[in-house]
Every structure is written in structure tokens, then in C-alpha cells.
Design a protein around this ligand. Structure first.
Ligand code: AMP
Ligand code: GLY
Length: 425
């Protein structure tokens, strides 16, 4: 079966790599893909939001399944469009993708179906004065302010005191810093604990969880500095035991899926829960409607099953109620970012040394912001490469990765040195 993967990041490279090992896979296309994907996929020059051109391509090239990587086309309704044209596609339609596209939608659903989340309140721009009052009367800080809509991961502000919270409120409603994404906001309490990412296949009937992962959002070691798209990840997460996993499924995932069903929303794709574990109890921070990046790069290398049948079954609402088989190994992904990231990102710097890793079987490199320019591999965005290692222990995987990173060079290379440090196993 021919497969079309939509997107151009490390997540999509990893999806293409895993699908390339499928016994069912025929030709693999990526739109638009990136420089590193060409070893496992044919990159085609169609943008992620060009629904008609993408569907025409799928029809013309006998694509049996289209897998959508990023959220923007899902929130924009790509899956509905493909299904209307009779094409199988992995990812929820526009209604289901609201779980990521609207934090207010998710908060309301969570409240209605009893999913534990931080206490808070929704305000629209017309309720500016009420929001000010709410902030002023808050006795606990930090307070968290969130834009309703998609904001490239920058729409969540953690205000350490009242003045900062009021300034943020003005950024949302007066300065309109987040445009229409900030027409409604949520003000909520700050939860403490540790975060985990749980990705599940969900097809409207069955829920099949993938193994847990943790990602690292801040640019610097010890979770310092600015938020990024993700600087690294690891899987599994040893500190989450079976009992806690059951709590997560029973108190968060199952009520959400029941809620989607009762609201009449046909969801077929990944349901990705961002969770805070606080004193042994899970709370929902957010939902995403797609594979996580860089969680995917730490999770899929451990998946022993063939991925493509899972994707296809889920997209056709025929998901099997059986667990996925996982390797016992530990997997780590360390992201190499370009100079200036996350405020800016550089393009066109030559990337050297990848050929030295070609013989190293314990390392994989997934490309994100890379391109070819005059026969050179160059940087082409903020997150450039994900270096992934799988080994008997996290410590061994880390050693392999950090030894490999020494060989990879480009101007201003940034990476964290504490990914999967001291996580057990
Ligand atoms: P979200 O997009 O809602 O997941 O928020 C992005 C990040 O902000 C999360 O991964 C958390 O690190 C942080 N965050 C969001 N909401 C809260 C909260 N209520 N308490 C503590 N941290 C939060
Ligand atoms: N790793 C966070 C995300 O994919 O949104």
C-alpha cells in the first residue's frame, strides 16, 4: 500500500522510517518532507494546508493511507475533506481536532465529563473587567493564562505574581498579541508535579494506549530558559507504575472518549494527553490531536508491532482491542537546535559529520529543519535534528547519543545535556 505522510518535522521522519519497515508498505511519499526523509520517502512539493492538491496527489498515486503529522491541517479539516473524497486518512476531523484547536472546548468537555484538570475560568474579550477582577482576587500564584486557539506552543503564560498576570491579560485582550487565538482565554491555577505525555490510538470505539513518554520543553538544562517545541524526550517513563497508568486511563482517557462519543464526534487518530502527575494523581493539562514531537521519536523505535496496520485500522474505525508489543529497551531523543532558537532560527548553516554516524547501528538521526543547498546539507529551521538512541538502559542510550553528537557540527548548535538523566532503568 502506498502511504502519504503530511508534514516536515522529526515526527514525520520517524513515522516514515517506521512505516518503511511495514510488511504492507509500498511507496512512501512525504509532503513536503525534509532533506533527511529522502532515504525512506519521496518528498513532494505540496504544502500541508493544500487539501485539494494533496487529495489529488493521493488519488493519482494510488495512496491507500494518508497520515497527517501536524495539528494545523487537522484543525483546518483535512481529514473531513479526504474522507469526503473517499480517501482513508489517519487523524480526526475538524470537530475532534478542536481538542487541540480550542482549549476552551477541551476545558468544557473535561468539566462536563468529570475529567480532573486545574481549577479555572474562561473569559472572552468582552469580559475583560471580570477577568481583571478574577485575577485580582486570586490568592494563589503562579496563575496560568492560556489563549484558546493555536498559538505555536506560545499561548500559555505562567504569571508569577498579580502584576504580571494583569499585564498578560492586557497582552491578550488589549494588545491582541495572539490575534484571534486569544479572543477567549482561560485563567487557571498552577499545578505542581511532573508531566508525562500519553498518546493513544482512538477510533470512536476502542482505545489503545502507546507507551508513555516525557518531553523537555525548555531550551536549557534543569528546565531553565524559554519554552520550545521540545528539546528531547524519552520512553518509557519508569516512575509511572501500573496503578497510576490505570488511574490515568480510568479518570482521564476513558471519560474523554465517552464524552466525544456522547457529543457525536467521530474521532479516528491519536488522542495525546499532556498530563500533570501531582501527588500521585493525574490531571489533564491539554489534549493534542496528533503524534507528539519529539515524543514520537522516543516511542516508535520501541514499538515492535508493524505500525501501518494500526494506523489503517484506526482510520477505518476497526481498531483491535489488543495491546501493542513494546521492546524492553530504553529510548532517548536529543534535539539539536539552531543558533538563536527559540526566539529566532538560523538557516543555511552547513551540517557536518552525519556520515560518521552511518556505521553506528545504535543511533538514528531524524531530520527536522534541514534542507539541501548547493549539494550541502544545511540547517533550515529551529529544531534541526533529533538524535535517537535505544539501549538496555537510559544511561547507555544517553552515552551513545552524546558521543554521536560530538561528531555532528553546525554553527551555533544547541542541545540539552540532561535529557533522560536520572530517570531510572
Ligand atoms: P499546554 O499547552 O496547556 O499543555 O501548556 C503548555 C505547558 O504549560 C505545559 O506543558 C505545562 O508545562 C505548562 N502548564 C499548562 N497549564 C499548567 C497548569 N495549570 N499548571 C502548571 N503548568 C501548566
Ligand atoms: N511535545 C509537545 C507536542 O508535540 O506538542
Amino acid at each position: 500500500m502506498n502511504v502519504l505522510i503530511i508534514g516536515s518535522g522529526g515526527r514525520e521522519h520517524c513515522l516514515a522510517w517506521k512505516i518503511s519497515h511495514s510488511r504492507m508498505a509500498g511507496h512512501i511519499y512525504a509532503a513536503p518532507g525534509n532533506a533527511g526523509m529522502s532515504d525512506v520517502a519521496e518528498c513532494i512539493d505540496i504544502g500541508i494546508n493544500e487539501f485539494e492538491a494533496l487529495a489529488d496527489f493521493a488519488v493519482g498515486h494510488e495512496v491507500g493511507l494518508t497520515v497527517v503529522g501536524p495539528e494545523a491541517p487537522l484543525v483546518g479539516g483535512i481529514a473531513d475533506y479526504f474522507r469526503k473524497r473517499g480517501l482513508d486518512v489517519f487523524g480526526p476531523g475538524k470537530e475532534g481536532a478542536q481538542l487541540e484547536g480550542s482549549k476552551v472546548f477541551t476545558r468544557n468537555l473535561a468539566q462536563k465529563y468529570g475529567v480532573p484538570a486545574a481549577e479555572g475560568k474562561v473569559f472572552s474579550a468582552e469580559e475583560y473587567n471580570e477577568a481583571r477582577q478574577y485575577i485580582k482576587s486570586s490568592k494563589t500564584y503562579p496563575l496560568v493564562l492560556k489563549a484558546d486557539g493555536l498559538a505555536f506552543g506560545k499561548g500559555v503564560i505562567i504569571a508569577s505574581g498579580r502584576e504580571q498576570a494583569l499585564d498578560c491579560l492586557d497582552d491578550f485582550f488589549v494588545g491582541q498579541k495572539f490575534g484571534p487565538a486569544g479572543n477567549q482565554i482561560i485563567v487557571e491555577n498552577f499545578l505542581t508535579g511532573y508531566e508525562v505525555s500519553l498518546l493513544c490510538f482512538y477510533d470512536g470505539n476502542n482505545i489503545v494506549p502507546l507507551d508513555l513518554a516525557q518531553d523537555y520543553k525548555r531550551i536549557k538544562d534543569n528546565n531553565q530558559g524559554k519554552n520550545t517545541g521540545g528539546m528531547g524526550s524519552y520512553s518509557p517513563v519508569p516512575k509511572v507504575n501500573q496503578e497510576l497508568m490505570e488511574k490515568i486511563m480510568d479518570s482521564i482517557i476513558e471519560p474523554t472518549c465517552r464524552g466525544l462519543q456522547q457529543e457525536g464526534i467521530d474521532y479516528r487518530g491519536i488522542l495525546y494527553a499532556g498530563l500533570m502527575i501531582s501527588e500521585g494523581r493525574p490531571y489533564l493539562l491539554e489534549y493534542n490531536c496528533r503524534f507528539g514531537d519529539p515524543e514520537t521519536q522516543a516511542v516508535l523505535p520501541r514499538m515492535e508491532d508493524d505500525l501501518l496496520p494500526w494506523l489503517l485500522d484506526c482510520s477505518q474505525a476497526k481498531l483491535k482491542d489488543t495491546p501493542i508489543q513494546w521492546s524492553d529497551e530504553s529510548c532517548v531523543c536529543v534535539v539539536l537546535a539552531s543558533a538563536g532558537y527559540p526566539e529566532t532560527s538560523s538557516k543555511g548553516d552547513i551540517i557536518k559529520g552525519l556520515e560518521k554516524l552511518a556505521e553506528t547501528s545504535n543511533i538514528m538521526v531524524f531530520h527536522a529543519g534541514t534542507a539541501f543547498h548547493q549539494n550541502h546539507l544545511v540547517t533550515d529551521g529551529g529544531r534541526v535534528l533529533g538524535v535517537v538512541g535505544k539501549a538496555a538502559s537510559f544511561e547507555q542510550a544517553r552515552q551513545n547519543i552524546y558521543a554521536a553528537i560530538k561528531n555532528i557540527d553546525f554553527r551555533g548548535k544547541q542541545f540539552r545535556k540532561d535529557i533522560a538523566l536520572n530517570v531510572g532503568r
